[in-house]
Design a binder for this molecule. Structure first.
Ligand SMILES: [Zn+2]
Ligand SMILES: [Zn+2]
Length: 269
């Protein structure tokens, strides 16, 4: 398997971003997110963060934009001026809007924000998503004890991210991990984690040559895939974000075979 399909530079940048987010998370007041566990909403597939109250600190937000700008411009110096533009446009109202829209995966809002302000199309959403994650991770850490299972098709029970990563635990139990917020929850080993299909004729395993600890579970019903990594032998377990990044070549393999991380289950909202 060619791991070289993903550029080293891309992986390095992503690693730097994950480190930055770890650092940012430690500067958050633990009380700045107040999740509310609503069991009925969770059973209906509403992610916990949709009902969480988040207090924003605009000065932190601006600091983080500066940090991410500094990091990005090491890789792409021309980004500096775009980051300055973003900082100059940022006020409390815009910051709140960014967080809401990043949470809702609202590509259209960010694309038009970029266009109106003559920024590269990808920058606003990328920045918003990057600064949102520490809040999502803090929320997930607070509610993790209440998260035991997800609703197939609804993505991560905490943040709604489509499922794509699982780790094996104990006797081979499949535990899904969210690379976006770090929440984890159990799923049946044989079931497709997107649509719940557990027919062994249509839920299959793609084994990857030279990878004894990694498989891709695929489903012919919904065309979804899940990376299943056996981390039981690891001495130090990587964070879900790092594990996801380190196994990104498996996403390419799955996608080359025509599978998707979102599956094709119908969204109910
Ligand atoms: Zn999540
Ligand atoms: Zn499926």
């Amino acid at each position: 398997m060619k791991k070289s399909v993903v550029s080293k530079e891309y992986q390095k940048l992503q690693k730097d971003i994950i480190q930055l987010q770890e650092q940012w998370k430690t500067s958050l007041d633990p009380d700045c997110v107040r999740p509310k566990i609503d069991k009925a909403a969770m059973e209906a597939g509403v992610p916990v963060t949709a009902l969480a109250a988040i207090d924003f600190d605009i000065s932190l937000f601006l600091q983080w934009i500066e940090d991410i700008g500094g990091l990005l411009s090491k890789y792409q110096p021309e980004i500096e001026s775009s980051m300055q533009t973003i900082k100059s446009l940022m006020d409390e109202e815009t910051a709140k809007r960014w967080i809401d829209e990043a949470f809702a995966f609202n590509y259209i809002y960010f694309a038009s924000f970029a266009e109106e302000n003559e920024l590269d199309g990808w920058i606003p959403q990328f920045v918003a998503e990057t600064v949102l994650r520490p809040y999502l991770q803090l929320t997930a850490a607070k509610v993790q004890d209440e998260i035991h299972h997800g609703v197939h098709g609804a993505g991560c029970p905490v943040c709604g991210e489509p499922v794509r990563l699982a780790q094996l635990e104990g006797e081979g139990k499949k535990v899904l991990h969210c690379p976006r917020c770090s929440a984890h929850w159990n799923d049946r080993r044989v079931a497709c984690s997107h649509c719940g299909n557990n027919d062994h004729e249509t839920v299959k395993i793609l084994t990857i040559e030279g990878e004894s600890a990694a498989q891709i579970q695929i489903c012919e019903e919904c065309k979804g895939y899940t990376k299943v990594i056996d981390t039981r032998q690891y001495i130090v377990k990587p964070t879900p974000a790092m594990l996801d990044l380190n196994t990104i070549h498996l996403d390419f393999v799955a996608q080359e075979h025509g599978y998707k991380s979102a599956g094709e289950t119908k969204q109910t909202n």
